[in-house]
Design a protein. Structure first.
Length: 202
């Protein structure tokens, strides 16, 4: 792997060490290039929002493993079915937060995704911690998959930009916190396929 910010190779262990220090990284994922940091506490959230110039109330997506997801959110039958069918993959589920989740993300709901990406999963398993994640662009500016632009945006902020390939298609986002299913964004997974999967569940 190459760190485009320093134009040097970076090892898996070095990536993990940067995250453990509280740094943000730009990593390729199975959807878009993502700005990520460890989802440990309020300070981590503030760091990501500062780097991306997000409003303070802006909440990120949380990337996690299956095991971590069960600690972070309440899974009803619909959520269990959706997770079993579409994870790992490009589906973000908005679910009710557990008390544990509220300690790291001060909200009643949480957006979770288990990515189909070996590097991201390996990092989360190694560090035993999920990741706050957002698309690799400044708030209010459009996302581009152009790594040259991403490097120009984040390298001056001291953020390691890791070379790689992303699918450049955002995840589908579905809110399951209410009785009625709400589709907030249609991405790789289409609405019809999702409805067919969870329509029988309650």
């Amino acid at each position: 792997m190459k760190n485009l910010t320093t134009d040097k190779e970076i090892t898996f262990e070095e990536l993990c060490a940067l995250l453990e220090k509280g740094e943000c990284l730009v990593l390729p994922t199975d959807t878009t290039f993502g700005l990520v940091c460890l989802a440990k506490d309020k300070n981590s959230l503030e760091k990501l929002n500062k780097v991306k110039l997000n409003p303070s109330e802006k909440l990120p997506q949380v990337l996690c493993t299956f095991t971590q997801a069960l600690k972070l959110a309440e899974f009803d039958e619909r959520a269990q079915k959706a997770a079993k069918t579409f994870w790992t993959g490009a589906l973000t589920l908005i679910l009710k937060s557990t008390d544990f989740a509220k300690k790291i993300l001060p909200a009643e709901t949480i957006g979770l995704r288990v990515p189909n990406d070996n590097l991201i999963l390996k990092i989360m398993e190694k560090l035993n911690c999920p990741l706050f994640a957002s698309s690799a662009n400044i708030h209010g500016q459009g996302y581009t998959p152009d790594l040259t632009v991403i490097k120009q945006t984040f390298a001056p902020k001291g953020v390691a930009v890791v070379e790689g390939i992303s699918k450049n298609q955002a995840s589908s986002v579905v809110d399951l916190t209410k009785k009625e299913i709400v589709f907030l964004r249609e991405g790789k997974i289409c609405i019809e396929d999702f409805k067919k999967t969870v329509s029988f569940a309650k």
